[in-house]
Design a protein around this ligand. Sequence first.
Ligand code: BEZ
Length: 239
Amino acid sequence: METIQEKEQISAMPRIGDKAPNFKATTTQGDINFPEDYAGKWVILFSHPADFTPVCTSEFITFANLESKFNEANCLLLGLSIDGLYSHIAWLRTIKDKIEFNGIKNMEVKFPLIEDISMTIAKKYGMVQPNESKTQAVRAVFFIDPNGIVRALIYYPISLGRNFDEIYRALIAMQTADAFNIATPADWQPGDDVIISPAGSCGVAEQRMTSSDELDCKDWFFCTKKLDKQEVLSTILKK
Ligand code: BEZ
């Protein structure tokens, strides 16, 4: 019988703006102390339901293949499932030795994969959603910024493999919003126009609609400006 605390732990889910819950863990790359060991870096902490399963295998090959792109954007990857260390090691070896997906083969997963047999970490992050599975984590993705703050989260069910290009796009968009104090419209990619903060007074609203400066105002509340792709990339990506 589950205690009330256990039940509450299962449903607890960090929200946008919260401090990322801290934990110590054993991983395929050694022990970690989170978030202290990651100070100054963005982190994508993500869960998968189980080792040796096909959707998860396709995800790990895809994510490992993109890892250097995330690292160039000052972002480290950190995986988790409710499996033990030896299962993780055996699965990652199998991926490297035997599995090809989307033309990618011999992929070595170099980022740490956390063992969480006790579900302690998965519960802290609301990764166990009992109506989906009581024993496996769902496909959660937490974007945690260099100050250890949760900036975005994505949850997918067990049957749905994630889109890692979108995860990368979201990371770059948040970093761009921070660096340039702007917002990004639907489907934004570096080089596309960005949105400036809404007019805060009638005077500014009038000014935006009448002056022909560098803004493109579709209406007083919806103004965009150009932001050069090279400026974005040179600000965000490490050389
Ligand atoms: C999969 O990743 O393919 C999977 C994970 C858990 C249950 C069933 C399938």
